[in-house]
Structure formats: structure tokens, C-alpha cells
Design a protein around this ligand. Structure first.
Ligand SMILES: Nc1ncnc2c1ncn2[C@@H]1O[C@H](COP(=O)(O)OP(=O)(O)OP(=O)(O)O)[C@@H](O)[C@H]1O
Length: 259
């Protein structure tokens, strides 16, 4: 059936990093993992620090390459995309990072940060339309449209993360990759941003890869989950099943640590 292929398919994807620049001394960040993301799904990648979650996020967004295996996006091998297709990929797949301060240009107003990708990828829009769309997006993520001419340092951490989310959504991506988007925030602010994700998932029917070390966040947001340990997927399935009846010892230990 046309359009039924997964949005993302990682097939046996492996990635190693050189240790101390010695080629023969490489450590595996990922050892041959398989991940499938279907349209409309919210998929969690859960694991402790160093398990390889960010490496998965960076490969899916093409911020980093991989050593072997295949990555299919909308059924196309990303290794063979044309320049035009690579350009389209950049708007199809957006990322929200852990640290919103580091990911926003401190010298650009938040309005221009949100409009930047519109300029690149929605060239049919005139300036007034871009400004209007940036204002709508700021409102949608719970900010005031009139704050568009402010700079990132004038916002709190939670507000900056809202700007980063607005920027990622501006081009209406097919896939949003969120790499620990709550981790740099105070606990009370985490709850507010979590609420924003819950609302956006409901209203926008987004496809999301949500990277987290937090079992409760994954339980709340995700339809399916992949549990990672030491560069491998040790368990996967419906989030409600995996997180209530884990079959793997490592997953069970992660859950025990929460209670
Ligand atoms: N650029 C890099 N150079 C060398 N080693 C790296 C690099 N990036 C990641 N690694 C190593 O790969 C492994 C997986 O790292 P990764 O950041 O993907 O894990 P993670 O689960 O996202 O952890 P964290 O939550 O701490 O970011 C780790 O052993 C890490 O040290």
C-alpha cells in the first residue's frame, strides 16, 4: 500500500568513535540497531547516560553519519539522496535539543530564529506572512507574539525551550526528534513543557522520537519505546507493556530505580 512504509527505518546501524585518536582502539556507541518509526507515532528511546541515545538522535537527524547498516527515510536510503532531497530532508526532520540556550542564536531575536527556517524552506511566504506565522507559533507554544523582538537571554530556560520548539515546528516537519528536551530545566518547568508536548501531540498529530532517561516521561508521552543499554536495544514494544511488564533485566532495573 502506498505511503505505508515507515517514516524512519534504521537497519543494523552501527557507529563507533575513535578513542584517543587511535583508529584501532574504537568504542562502539551503537552496535547494529534496528529502529522503525511510523507516521503519527510517538516513540521513546529510553536508557541511562552513555547508552547511545543521542547518537541515535544524531543519526536520525543526519547530524552524524554511521559506519554500517542502512537508514531509510520515507523508504529512501539517505546515503543516496540527491542534493535536492537532502535539502528537503532538512525541513522534514527537525530537532529540539536538551539545552535551548545553546541551540538558539544569542544575537538573533526569537522572531528571526523562528522565521529563519521559513526563509529557507517556505520561500513562497512573503515577509508579512513569515512574521505572522512566527507570531502564531510563539502563541501556540505559550509565549506572547509581541515578545518576538526579544533576545534569548531575556527569557527563562523554559521559555527558551518553547522558542526552540516553535522554531522546530515552523516548517511543519514530518518528524520531530527531541533529545532530552526537559533535562536542563527545573522540575516545575519540566512539568509545564511536558504539558506542552502532550497538547501538541494531541493537536498536531506529530511523529516524534523522544529521547529520555526518564521512565515516567516516556510512559506519559510515548506509544512505543526502545530501551537501550550499552549501544544495543535490549527491549522494545508498546510503552504501556514494556514499562509495566518488562521482559528484560536492564529495563526492570531502570523501573525499580524510579520507585
Ligand atoms: N563525539 C564523540 N566522540 C567520542 N565518543 C563519543 C562521542 N559521542 C558519543 N560518544 C560515546 O558513545 C557512547 C554513547 O553516547 P551517547 O551520547 O549517544 O549516549 P546517551 O545515551 O545519549 O548519553 P547522555 O544522556 O549522557 O548524552 C558513549 O560511550 C559516549 O562516550
Amino acid at each position: 500500500m502506498a505511503g505505508a512504509e515507515p517514516l524512519v527505518a534504521l537497519e543494523g546501524v552501527a557507529k563507533s568513535f575513535a578513542r584517543r585518536l587511535l583508529v584501532q582502539n574504537r568504542s562502539f556507541a551503537l552496535s547494529g540497531i534496528d529502529i522503525t518509526i511510523n507516521r503519527g507515532e510517538v516513540v521513546g528511546i529510553l536508557g541511562e547516560s552513555g547508552s547511545g541515545k543521542s547518537t541515535v538522535a544524531n543519526i536520525i537527524t543526519r547530524l552524524t553519519g554511521y559506519d554500517s547498516g542502512r537508514y531509510l527515510f520515507k523508504g529512501r536510503d539517505v546515503a543516496t539522496l540527491t542534493r535536492k532531497e537532502s535539502f528537503a530532508f532538512k525541513s522534514d526532520v527537525q530537532i529540539v535539543f536538551q539545552d535551548p540556550y545553546g541551540s538558539l542564536n544569542p544575537r538573533a531575536t526569537v522572531q528571526s530564529s523562528v522565521m529563519e527556517s521559513l526563509l529557507l524552506h517556505k520561500r513562497e511566504l512573503g515577509k508579512a506572512e513569515r512574521i505572522a506565522r512566527a507570531g502564531q507559533l510563539l502563541e501556540e507554544v505559550g509565549l506572547n507574539a509581541a515578545w518576538g523582538d526579544r533576545y534569548p537571554h531575556e527569557f527563562s530556560g523554559g521559555q527558551r525551550q518553547r522558542v526552540a520548539i516553535a522554531r522546530a515546528l515552523a516548517v511543519e516537519p514530518e518528524l520531530l526528534v527531541c533529545d532530552e528536551p526537559l533535562s536542563s530545566l527545573d522540575v516545575s518547568i519540566q512539568a509545564q513543557i511536558l504539558e506542552l508536548f502532550v497538547r501538541m501531540i494531541r493537536e498536531r498529530n506529530l511523529t516524534i522520537v523522544f529521547i529520555s532517561h526518564d521512565v515516567n516521561v516516556v510512559r506519559l508521552l510515548c506509544d512505543r519505546v526502545y530501551v537501550m543499554n550499552q549501544g544495543r536495544i535490549v527491549e522494545q514494544g508498546q510503552a504501556r507493556d514494556v514499562l509495566s511488564r518488562p521482559q528484560n533485566e536492564y529495563t526492570a532495573r531502570l523501573l525499580e530505580a524510579v520507585y
